[in-house]
Design a protein around this ligand. Structure first.
Ligand code: GLN
Length: 427
């Protein structure tokens, strides 16, 4: 199996090797020294297993791929409301280094363009440049699962030629959209752009996003799922700058590119992708990187808006162990659509039973909305003198430590629940 996937990955990379369009970024002189032929691709499965092809050990600077991670760190550290007050989430359709802010709020339109990314840096807590940068480096390292480091030559080169970013930072300061000394914020921004990664680091960082903040390699929860959902949202809408619409249509993966030649892409719940090839198109996206992601998406069916089937059928079995007792065995992922189906069925049948027993033993996943709806079924049936019991040994709906509060309603086994239901019948 693994060998077969490796062949796919090797072939998809090989198909693009002859592509030599584009040019190295030259506005940061040090980046023009990269080997234009460098080309690596890494895929990380959601459990952290990686497939590597080509130059996956070559280090390059992360550049703008840093933006979603610093944004995530800002959300993690100071919360979404405080971040939203400083940085919008509207796509601009502008170039990454556009000197622009929202006309009304005077804040950067989104965190994936330089203005928003510089503002995000200013939101990271820390008393000094060193402290702030260390926090950022630590966070990226946690996502990658190894200690990352900075390329001092690229950093010096960015700093020496960063006048456009200075213009942006000073403009933000003049609008009151940047806290702190703009030169210090810029220094941290130049450093974060100069952090060295490999495609395997990027794939692992992507896998951490794909797993809702859990690094599958280290098993550590780096940040929480709400932070990741917001971060992936802005990657979808703004991650590829002025090529975002084209990217979402053709590739359909939340992603971020950098002028170092890297691209990171995420299939939530399933996959992390890291690709590197330093020749860039006019928008600053890796030419081969974009093509590799296009064919990965097409050949492996990764577009996140692909509708492959109706949301998985959730009712495994429905039967009456006793004349006025009906059991609904529920399986799979209990999200809104699945629970809706269960509730509609149970409510439609309400004349056929006195007690509905919902057996969630075989459920694989659930969310808070589904929990609330299942608990709510009882109240909704009660109006018609019906009772609803739950068989929930794993605590999917009612956590084990809360089971006492639901005594007589929530059971460990189907037999116990059916017995209790029969007593009700007799009584
Ligand atoms: N450090 C680069 C800059 O600020 C990052 C840009 C990018 O990767 N698109 O210009």
């Amino acid at each position: 199996m693994a060998a077969l996937v490796q062949q796919y990955v090797d072939r998809i990379r090989a198909e693009q090797i002859s592509l030599r369009d584009g040019a190295l970024a030259s506005y940061i002189p040090e980046l023009a020294k990269a080997d234009p032929e460098g080309f690596g691709l890494t895929l990380s499965a959601s459990d952290g297993y990686v497939y590597e092809s080509g130059d996956t050990a070559v280090e390059f600077t992360i550049q703008s791929i840093s933006k979603p991670f610093t944004y995530a760190l800002a959300l993690d550290q100071i919360g979404q409301d405080a971040v939203d007050a400083r940085i919008g989430v509207e796509p601009t359709g502008e170039a990454f280094n556009e000197i622009s802010v929202d006309n009304v709020t005077k804040t950067p339109k989104n965190p994936m363009i330089n203005a928003g990314a510089i503002a995000a840096v200013s939101l990271i807590p820390g008393d000094s440049v060193g402290e702030r940068f260390e926090r950022i480096l630590e966070f990226y390292s946690e996502c990658a699962g190894r200690r990352l480091d900075i390329d001092m030559d690229v950093y010096a080169s960015e700093k020496a030629t960063g006048n456009r970013n200075r213009a942006i930072a000073y403009m933000l300061t003049s609008f009151g959209a940047l806290t702190g000394d703009p030169d210090e914020v810029l220094d941290v921004y130049f450093r974060q752009c100069s952090i060295k990664v490999t495609t395997t680091d990027l794939a692992r960082m992507a896998a951490t996003l794909a797993r809702g903040g859990l690094n599958p390699l280290t098993g550590r929860q780096v940040t929480d799922a709400n932070v990741i959902r917001r971060t992936l949202s802005v990657m979808v809408t703004c991650g590829m700058y002025d090529a975002t619409g084209d990217w979402v249509s053709a590739v359909g993966l939340p992603a971020k590119s950098g002028v170092g030649g890297g691209i990171v892409a995420v299939l939530p719940g399933q996959l992390g992708i890291g690709v590197y090839s330093p020749r860039l198109d006019s928008r600053g996206n890796s030419v081969r990187g974009v093509q590799v992601c296009r064919s990965l998406s097409a050949q492996l069916g990764l577009h996140f808006l692909t509708v492959s089937r109706e949301s998985s059928a959730t009712l495994r079995a429905v039967f009456d162990p006793s004349p006025r007792v009906r059991v609904y065995e529920i399986q799979g992922d209990l999200l809104f659509a699945g629970v809706e189906q269960v509730l509609r069925t149970a409510e439609r049948d309400r004349d056929d039973y006195d007690v509905a027993v919902l057996d969630v033993t075989r459920v694989n996943d659930i969310n808070d909305a589904a929990r609330g709806m299942l608990i709510g079924l009882r109240a909704s049936l009660a109006g018609g003198d019906k009772e609803a019991y739950l068989v929930d040994p794993e605590g999917w709906v009612v956590r084990a430590d809360r089971r006492e509060d639901y005594r007589g309603i929530v059971f460990r086994t189907l037999d116990e629940a059916v017995d209790a239901a029969r007593q009700l019948e007799i009584g």
